[in-house]
Design a protein around this ligand. Structure first.
Ligand SMILES: C[S@@+](CC[C@H](N)C(=O)[O-])C[C@H]1O[C@@H](n2cnc3c(N)ncnc32)[C@H](O)[C@@H]1O
Length: 288
């Protein structure tokens, strides 16, 4: 599906709603392939280092992970099922995938995902896109899917129960669409276990409101130094112009390729102060 690249949202970012809620992941991956969307791949080694650090500090091997804005279970596919973005692009946007019926695609995915993957990782995904979550649930890419728009809805008791006991809450490409309302509710559902929050956030969005929310709960937020992570290419010169304006408004100086080609994200880790003091983020991440 081609991107209507002149169609920008209130932040100046191209509107991709059409591909977020299809009955299968083909439109998502074929459109994002054109934009070279890659933040889940860039995030994968960072999340893996964070999971290892969590296990080191908290003990235990099994991790329950809540993925906010999980879409078709992209982060679960990468982290639990050991796929890479190039595998997913090939699977859903190449190699004759257009000729497969949805039912056949589900059968193939169930065969490859069901019962497989890292049994020590349990993935609970949250997304407003009901069809995407249903796909990830049906194929067992996710262990549990929750359909909710927590910017406008209240998390129901059953979903809150499914999220409780989460060790980590992660996201890629979602903060900006969601903010304080969502994370306040996620914190309420998961907070008793003092989970870690690991978010990749586009530089055009401020993390400050979420940092304040977490600080109120006794959390410390650290950012991965000066590191920028490529999210995707600009969809059009118009989008680049708008994003540049937004960065200027925020007092953020565009860096290198960010000014020319790539929307870039930063990584934020929010943890209870005692955990952050015992093992600072700089000691968790290898040089990148
Ligand atoms: C750019 S996609 C990122 C998906 C996935 N995390 C990835 O990196 O491939 C953004 C996702 O946020 C979801 N989203 C947007 N607004 C949302 C909201 N208010 N509540 C929950 N999910 C939302 C969309 O449905 C979409 O799946």
């Amino acid at each position: 599906m081609a991107v209507e690249s002149s169609n920008l949202d209130k932040y100046g970012k191209v509107i991709l709603d059409d591909i977020y809620n299809e009955r299968d992941p083909r439109a998502y991956f074929s459109t994002l392939n054109h934009l070279e969307y890659r933040i889940p791949q860039a995030a994968k080694p960072i999340f893996e280092e964070v999971f290892a650090a969590y296990r080191l500090l908290r003990g235990g091997g099994e991790l329950k992970i809540a993925d906010i804005g999980c879409s078709y279970g992209v982060n679960a596919a990468l982290l639990k099922h050991h796929f890479d973005m190039k595998d997913l692009y090939h699977r859903y946007a190449g190699g004759g995938s257009e000729a497969i019926e949805r039912a056949g695609m589900i059968r193939r995915d169930r065969r490859d995902f069901s019962g497989g993957g890292d049994p020590s990782l349990e993935f609970v995904g949250v997304d407003q896109a009901a069809k995407a979550v249903a796909y990830a649930d049906e194929t067992d890419i996710l262990d549990h899917g929750i359909v909710a728009d927590l910017e406008s809805e209240v998390l129901d008791a059953e979903s809150a129960l499914a999220l409780s006991g989460s060790d980590l809450v992660i996201s890629t490409g979602c903060v900006g669409y969601v903010g304080e309302r969502t994370f306040r509710q996620i914190f309420h559902a998961t907070g008793a276990g003092r989970p870690w929050f690991a978010n990749f956030v586009l530089r055009m969005f401020s993390f400050a409101p979420l940092e304040r929310l977490f600080a109120d709960k006794g959390y410390v937020t650290e950012k991965a130094g000066g590191r920028l992570f490529r999210q995707r290419r600009y969809a059009s010169p118009a989008e680049r112009t708008e994003v540049m304006a937004r960065l200027r408004e925020r007092g953020v100086a565009a860096r290198g390729e960010e000014a020319s080609d790539w929307l870039c994200a930063e990584f934020f880790l929010s943890r209870p102060a005692a955990d952050a003091a015992r093992l600072p983020l700089a000691k968790i991440l290898s040089e990148g």
